[in-house]
Write a protein that binds this ligand. Structure first.
Ligand SMILES: [Zn+2]
Length: 129
C-alpha cells in the first residue's frame, strides 16, 4: 500500500475533478483500483466528479403564431430542452415536440410555482383564450 501524503491526495483530487475513472487514476498514481476507491470514498471525493450529461437532442420549437415568437418573453425564456425524466420540480413543463414518456423534452425554464415559465404561461393563456 502506498502512503498518502498531501501531494498524492491533491493529485487524486484533481484527477477526480477532471473526470478520470478509477482504473486510470490507479495507473497514474501507481496503486491499486481498490486503494483508489477506498481513498475516494473516505475523502468524499466522489461528490467532486463532474456530472456527465448527454447533450439534449435539439428539438425545434413547435410552430407558434408570429406574435408569440416575437413576444419579449420568448427571448428571455428560451427552452432549455430538458428531458422530462431529468426535470426538477420547479421547471417549466411545456412540452417541446412530441410526448415520449420520460424522454419527452420540456422547456425546463424556472416555472415560479406554476406549471409553466412566464413565456409559456403567456403562450398557454393565448392558446386557450
Ligand atoms: Zn417554458
Amino acid at each position: 500500500m502506498t502512503a498518502w501524503n498531501a501531494k498524492r491526495i491533491e493529485e487524486l483530487r484533481s484527477l477526480v475533478v477532471a473526470g478520470w475513472i478509477e482504473r486510470d487514476i490507479a495507473l497514474e498514481l501507481r496503486t491499486s483500483v481498490k486503494a483508489i476507491q477506498i481513498k475516494i470514498a473516505r475523502l468524499g471525493f466522489s461528490a467532486l466528479r463532474p456530472i456527465v450529461r448527454e447533450e439534449p437532442t435539439y428539438v425545434p420549437l413547435p410552430t407558434l403564431a408570429p406574435e408569440l415568437v416575437t413576444h419579449p418573453l420568448a427571448r428571455k425564456y428560451p427552452p432549455l430542452n430538458v428531458r422530462l425524466g431529468d426535470a426538477e420540480e420547479l421547471q417549466c413543463r411545456w412540452i417541446i415536440g412530441d410526448a415520449n414518456g420520460a424522454d419527452t423534452i420540456i422547456c425546463g425554464q424556472p416555472a415560479f410555482y406554476r406549471s409553466w415559465c412566464p413565456y409559456h404561461h403567456v403562450v398557454g393563456r393565448l392558446h386557450h383564450a
